[in-house]
Design a protein around this ligand. Structure first.
Ligand code: 5GP
Ligand code: ZN
Length: 111
């Protein structure tokens, strides 16, 4: 756990979150300020700052994040209509929480 990391605090139970999945390696919870009708965050329990800090040994974890994302999209009812998967990378890429997370965005109107 990294001090002053909001997502580490959520994963440690020190801050609340609306979890929809958790398996000990990966958690999925609802974004607090959703940018789409369905906006979920796929978050590894391991603190990795950003995509820039992914190491070769994180390969299985990254693959599982993708797998969990598509399963979660199915459960959330957006798999067929479609959804976006997004990593913001560092400040210039719009990242504000420096604990790796994959956005699931779906349920857009008119689809
Ligand atoms: P980033 O811009 O770093 O890729 O995305 C961070 C996301 O985390 C934002 O969409 C923001 O709304 C969300 N977020 C920030 N703080 C919290 C929080 O305390 N709880 C939850 N559930 N989401 C948060
Ligand atoms: Zn963290």
């Amino acid at each position: 756990m990294v001090q002053d990391c909001v997502f580490c605090k959520i994963l440690a139970g020190e801050l609340p979150a609306d979890f929809v999945f958790r398996n000990g390696r990966i958690a999925v919870f609802k974004d607090i300020r959703p940018h789409a009708p369905v906006h979920l965050l796929v978050v590894p329990e391991k603190h990795i700052r950003s995509v820039n800090d992914i190491r070769p040994e994180d390969g299985n974890l990254l693959a599982e994040m993708l797998f969990v994302a598509k399963e979660t999209a199915k459960t959330a009812g957006v798999a067929e209509s479609g959804y976006k998967l997004l990593f913001n990378v560092e400040r210039g890429g719009g990242q504000v929480i420096f604990h790796l997370h994959l956005h699931i965005l779906g349920g857009f109107q008119g689809i």
